[in-house]
Ligand binder design. Structure first.
Ligand code: FMN
Length: 189
């Protein structure tokens, strides 16, 4: 197979894309939403995730100051608002007001959750690692809220039915066709 050698870059696509909400719900202060694609799972127990944020973002100082944030997953229907939160700054506008997304009280952190999001992952920052263009916020997940409508008749959470969105080479996509279950390669037919 012939390969073309590319300039080293972050071509690890597709990746999740999420709306990160920050600020203080109790003080009704600096509540904002930043869209982030540089985010992911980094540990299972304790559950830990990361979000990498450029120091130039308005949200950067807010996330740093309050020490917590919420990762809000998005569905196909929310993609327009998610994109908007990724091109407009909270320095200039109130993104909750402009998008109609609703800030609600979280369970375990003071950062607001987004009501319309199917899954709210509440995070407490444990470490901030400057990497170059971005600072990596390593955080522990302290509470997760999931929309009732995505539980199936066996009470299992079926987020795939919510049409989750991912990001690949500059564009948003929903999931494609079902290919197989974890471990299906070794399971007896
Ligand atoms: C799809 C998408 C993914 C993004 N991912 C990130 C990211 O991972 N980290 C980051 O710092 N900015 C990211 N951005 C850019 C910020 O969301 C954008 O600069 C936003 O306006 C910052 O808002 P703020 O100034 O209110 O914090 C992304 C934008 C889009 C549209």
């Amino acid at each position: 197979m012939e390969k073309r050698i590319l300039k080293p870059g972050t071509v690890l696509y597709p990746v999740p894309v999420v709306m990160v909400s920050c600020g203080s719900f109790s003080l009704n202060k600096q509540m904002n939403i930043i869209t982030a694609a540089w985010t992911g799972i980094i540990n299972s127990e304790p559950p830990m995730v990361y979000v990498s944020v450029r120091p130039s973002r308005y949200s950067y100082g807010i996330i740093k100051e309050y020490g917590c944030f919420v990762i809000n997953l998005a569905t196909k229907e929310q993609t327009f608002n998610m994109d908007y939160c990724g091109v407009k700054s909270g320095r200039d506008i109130d993104k909750f007001k402009e998008t109609g997304l609703t800030a609600i009280k979280s369970q375990a952190v003071d950062a607001p959750s987004i009501a319309q999001s199917p899954v709210n992952i509440e995070c407490v920052t444990k470490q901030i690692i400057p990497l170059g263009t971005h600072d990596m916020f390593i955080a522990e997940v302290v509470s997760v809220s999931a929309d009732e409508q995505y539980f199936d008749d066996k009470d299992a959470f079926d987020f795939n039915s919510a049409n989750p969105v991912c990001y690949s080479h500059g564009a948003y996509y929903t999931l494609g066709e079902y290919v197989g279950k974890f471990g299906y390669s070794v399971r007896k037919k």
